[in-house]
Ligand binder design. Structure first.
Ligand code: IMJ
Length: 258
């Protein structure tokens, strides 16, 4: 049975009630995990309040700011987890960002600054997390990151995010190889398109969702809950032999050639 009782799970990337990370946090909680939640601090403290109110019913025992562009803040996050929990079992990476102007038009117009920022926030952050996990997952553990088909195939406008996801998927393999001997597994979920804050800002997302509804084997999109259940599986002993994998939760869309 899927059981995460007694496991300490840190979930990053919750922005609101549509976030994939929120779907994951709920399913980890349902499976009995002890939750820690991080949020991206803004200068007005609005995100903090929103995420705090949203996650309160899940009784997180740790609630911390985590801006991955700030090494000191990431360091403090991991040292606080070590202080309060002693060890970490589960780490969920649900972070991505590219400048809006990079997610429209020609890929060749990607600027150096836009490229650096997208790769730093969306891909390098998993390397930072891997380092923290290696130190804190003293009893073994499971890391799960989110990716998208645009990291292996060309999806209109995904552009530099596709490059960032390609990097992230390869990082999953390098981290899985490095951390495997410590019984730390590292996998990613490649989710189909879902209406979230990160996707609603994208032009034409509704058309892409309708396309999936027409051609995916299941003839529908996936939900945050379905991604959450797959994450719970990847965090549980049910998947104890699985590492370094990209698991598609996309209604089967990616298998189709036409
Ligand atoms: C994003 C861009 C283009 C096409 C897209 C997406 N499709 C999907 C997404 C088809 C499903 C969403 N996705 C998988 C992402 O990884 C989104 C990342 C993202 C979104 C934004 C929007 C607002 C912003 N920056 C962003 N950075 C990353 O300013």
């Amino acid at each position: 049975m899927l059981d995460l009782k007694g496991k300490n799970a840190l979930v990053t990337g919750i922005a609101n009630n549509r976030s994939i990370a929120w779907g994951i946090a709920q399913q980890l909680h349902k499976a009995g995990a002890n939750l820690g939640i991080t949020y991206l601090p803004d200068d007005r403290g609005r995100t903090e309040k929103k995420v705090r109110d949203l996650t309160e019913p899940l009784n997180p025992s740790i609630f911390l700011p985590c801006n991955v562009q700030d090494d000191a803040q990431v360091g403090e996050m991991f040292s606080e987890v070590k202080k309060q929990w002693g060890k970490l079992d589960i780490l969920i990476h649900c972070l991505a960002f590219a400048g809006k102007e990079e997610l429209v038009g020609d890929f060749s117009n990607t600027t150096r600054a836009g490229y650096d920022r997208a790769l730093e926030i969306s891909a390098y952050s998993l390397v930072q997390f891997g380092r923290g996990a290696k130190e804190l997952m003293t009893d073994g553990g499971s890391m799960v990151a989110m990716t998208y088909l645009g990291g292996v195939r060309v999806v209109p406008n995904y552009n530099v995010m596709g490059v960032a996801k390609a990097a992230l998927e390869m990082e999953v393999r390098y981290l899985a190889a490095e951390l495997g001997p410590s019984n730390i597994r590292v996998n990613a979920i490649s989710a189909g398109p879902i209406r979230t804050l990160a996707s609603s800002a994208i032009g034409g997302i509704l058309d892409m969702i309708h396309h999936v509804e027409e051609v995916a084997p299941l003839r529908r999109t996936v939900t945050q809950t379905e991604v959450g259940n797959t994450a719970a599986f990847l965090c549980s002993d049910l998947s104890s032999g699985v590492t370094g994998q990209i698991l598609y939760v996309d209604s089967g869309y990616s298998i189709m050639g036409m």
